[in-house]
Ligand binder design. Structure first.
Ligand code: NAD
Ligand code: UGA
Length: 482
C-alpha cells in the first residue's frame, strides 16, 4: 500500500511502513488501467482530465485499440469524449501497449478488462468468463516489484476480489496487494457526463486497517471532483453484488414495461399513458420506463445471467428463476416484434425490402453489442427479407455482426437513400436524427403499402399515419389504412 507526499513514498510492505525517496517525481501518483475499452478509456480520461497531478496510463493487449486512442479517431464514439482526451493526452494521460512497464511503474492499478458470458464448459451461457481477469492478475503478480492497490473496475461475480487476492498473494516476492472493488455505473452515450457527475461512486474494501487505508487512497482520487457525500463505501462483497443488482434492477424495469406493452396492444391501452401515470408516483420515478423492442448492450443480459448463475450456485432456485424472467421477457419482446411485422405484412417478408433505422443498442453510441437490431436483422433474413441498414455511427460494427449471415443486406449511411424502395421501416435505435426526417419525402420513395414499425416509440405516429404510412408502435394501438 502506497501513499505519496511530494517526492517521498510511504510504503506499507506487508503491514510494515518504510520510507523511500524517489529521484524526480513530477506526478504525485502513478495510476495504471489495464483494459482500454468502453470503461477503461473514458474513466481514465476523466481522472487524468480532473487530476493533472497524477500520471494516468491505459494499457491494452490490443495494439490497434491503443493506436486509435492515440489518434484523432478514438476507438469509441461517446459525446464529449474527444475534448476530454485531447485536453489530457500527452500531458498526464498516456495510452500504451507496454503492460509490464505499466505494472512496474504504477502504485494504483485499475483492472477494466472484459468479463463476457462464458461460452464453454461449466456455466456456459450463464457464468462470467473470468479468463481475462485471471490472466491480468497473474501479469500483475509477475511484474510487480512494489506493493500496489488493485481496483476491480470490471463487473465481476461476488467474491472475485477474494480470488484475485489469492492469486496475487501466492508469490514469494514480498510484494503486498490490496484489492478494492469500484464498479462503474456509467451508461454509454452519456459516459462523459456520468463520469463527471455520477449519482454515486462505490468503493468496497476489506475492513482491515490496511484495507481501509487503501480505500481512502481511492476516495481521495475521486474527491478531486466528486462531492464526498456521493462517494460511498462498503465491504467488498456488497460492492461487487451492488453492481450486478443495479443492472438487474434497471433491466427489470424495462422488462416490466415491455411485458405490459404486450398487454396494452391487446387491451387498446397506450403504454406511454400507463407509464406516465405510474412514473408520477415518486416512489417509482419516471426514468427508464420507455417501452422498446428490447434492451441491448454488453452488460444487462450478461450481468443478470451471472446473478442467476450465482443464485443457482447457492441453491436459490426461486430467486434465480425470478431474475431469469427479466431476460426471457426481453427475448420475447424481440420475437413479438418480428412476428408482428410478419403478420401485418401479409404473412410473408420474402424478397421484401425492409429498412432498419439504427443498429446501435441505444442512441449516441456506435456500440452494437447485444443490440436488439442484431436479432431482428437475423430473423428478418431468415424470413428472406432484403435488408438495408442505416445508422450514423454503427455501420462498421453492424457489418461485423452480420458477417457470414445468409441473406441480402446492404449498409447505407443516408436514411433517405436507405429507405427508398422499402416496404417497411423498422426503427431500432432512438437516434434523435430519426425524429427530424422528412417522412413525406421518404413515403414518396417507398413501395406501397408502406409500414413503419417504431421499436422505440419516438416518432410522431399520427403525423406518419396522415402521410399515408401504416404505423405500428410498441404498446399502442396501430394506425392503419386497411
Ligand atoms: P471492452 O471489451 O470494451 O474492453 C475491455 C478491454 O480489455 C479490451 O480492449 C481488451 O483488449 C482488454 N483486455 C482483455 N484482456 C486483457 C489483458 N490481459 N491485458 C490487457 N488488456 C486486456 O469492455 P468494456 O465495455 O470496457 O467493459 C469492461 C468491464 O466493465 C466489463 O466487466 C463490463 O461489464 C464493465 N462495465 C461496462 C460498461 C459499459 O458501458 N460498457 C459499464 C459499466 C461496467
Ligand atoms: C447500463 C446501465 O445504465 C449503466 O448504469 C451500467 O453501468 C451499464 O449498463 C453497464 O454496466 O454496462 P448501458 O447499457 O450503456 O448502461 O445503457 P442504458 O442506458 O442502461 O440502456 C441499456 C438498454 O436499455 C439500451 O438498449 C436502451 O435502449 C434500453 N432502454 C433503456 C430501454 O429499452 N428503455 C428504457 O427506458 C431505457
Amino acid at each position: 500500500m502506497i501513499t505519496s507526499v511530494q517526492n517521498v513514498l510511504i510504503t506499507e510492505t506487508c503491514g510494515l511502513p518504510h520510507l523511500e525517496t524517489k529521484p524526480e517525481m513530477p506526478f504525485t501518483r502513478n495510476i495504471l488501467c489495464i483494459g482500454a475499452g468502453y470503461v477503461g478509456g473514458p474513466t481514465m480520461a476523466m481522472i487524468a482530465f480532473k487530476c493533472s497531478q497524477y500520471k494516468v496510463t491505459v494499457v491494452d493487449i490490443n495494439p490497434e485499440r491503443i493506436a486509435q486512442w492515440n489518434s484523432d479517431d478514438l476507438p469509441i464514439y461517446e459525446p464529449g469524449l474527444d475534448q476530454v482526451v485531447r485536453a489530457a493526452r500527452g500531458r498526464n494521460l498516456f495510452f500504451s501497449t507496454e503492460i509490464e512497464k505499466g505494472i512496474r511503474d504504477s502504485d494504483v492499478i485499475f483492472v477494466s478488462v472484459n468479463t463476457p458470458t462464458k461460452t464453454f464448459g461449466a456455466g456456459a451461457g450463464m457464468a462470467a468468463d473470468l479468463q481475462y481477469w485471471d490472466k491480468t492478475a497473474r501479469e500483475i503478480r509477475k511484474h510487480s516489484r512494489s506493493s500496489k492497490i488493485i481496483v476491480e473496475k470490471s463487473t465481476l461475480p461476488v467474491k472475485t476480489a477474494q480470488a484475485m487476492e489469492q492469486i496475487l498473494t501466492c508469490g514469494d516476492n514480498g510484494v503486498c496487494f490490496d484489492v478494492l472493488s469500484n464498479p462503474e455505473f456509467l451508461a454509454e452515450g452519456t459516459a462523459v457526463q456520468d463520469l463527471e457527475n455520477p449519482d454515486r461512486v462505490l468503493i468496497g474494501s476489506s475492513q482491515t486497517p490496511q484495507g481501509l487505508m487503501a480505500r481512502d487512497v481511492l476516495v481521495e482520487i475521486y474527491a478531486n471532483w466528486i462531492p464526498r457525500n456521493k462517494i460511498i463505501t462498503s465491504n467488498v462483497w456488497s460492492s461487487e453484488l451492488s453492481k450486478l443488482v443495479a443492472n438487474a434492477f434497471l433491466a427489470q424495469r424495462i422488462s416490466s414495461v415491455n411485458a405490459i406493452s404486450a398487454l396494452c396492444e391487446k387491451a387498446d391501452a397506450d403504454i406511454q399513458e400507463v407509464t406516465r401515470a405510474v412514473g408520477m408516483d415518486s416512489r417509482v420515478g419516471a426514468k427508464f420506463l420507455n417501452a422498446s423492442v428490447g434492451f441491448g448492450g454488453s452488460c444487462f443480459k450478461k450481468d443478470i445471467l451471472n446473478l442467476v448463475y450465482i443464485c443457482r450456485h447457492y441453491d436459490l432456485k426461486e430467486v434465480a428463476d425470478y431474475w431469469e424472467g427479466v431476460v426471457k421477457i426481453n427475448d420475447y419482446q424481440k420475437e413479438r416484434f418480428i412476428l408482428n411485422m410478419l403478420q401485418v405484412m401479409f404473412n410473408t417478408l420474402a424478397r421484401k425490402k425492409i429498412c432498419l433505422f439504427g443498429f446501435a443498442f441505444k442512441a449516441d453510441t456506435g456500440d452494437t453489442r447485444e443490440s436488439p437490431a442484431i436479432r431482428i436483422a437475423k430473423r428478418l433474413m431468415e424470413e428472406k427479407a432484403d435488408l438495408v441498414i442505416t445508422d450514423p455511427k454503427a455501420l462498421n460494427n453492424a457489418k461485423d455482426d452480420l458477417k457470414g449471415v445468409d441473406g441480402n443486406v446492404s449498409y447505407i449511411e443516408d436514411p433517405y437513400e436507405a429507405a427508398a424502395g422499402s416496404c417497411a421501416i423498422a426503427l431500432m435505435t432512438e437516434w434523435s436524427l430519426y425524429k427530424g426526417l422528412d417522412y413525406e419525402k421518404i413515403f414518396q420513395t417507398m413501395a406501397k403499402p408502406a409500414f413503419v414499425f417504431d421499436g422505440r416509440n419516438i416518432l410522431d405516429h399520427p403525423a406518419l399515419f396522415e402521410t399515408g404510412f401504416n404505423v405500428f408502435p410498441i404498446g399502442k394501438p396501430p394506425l392503419t389504412h386497411f
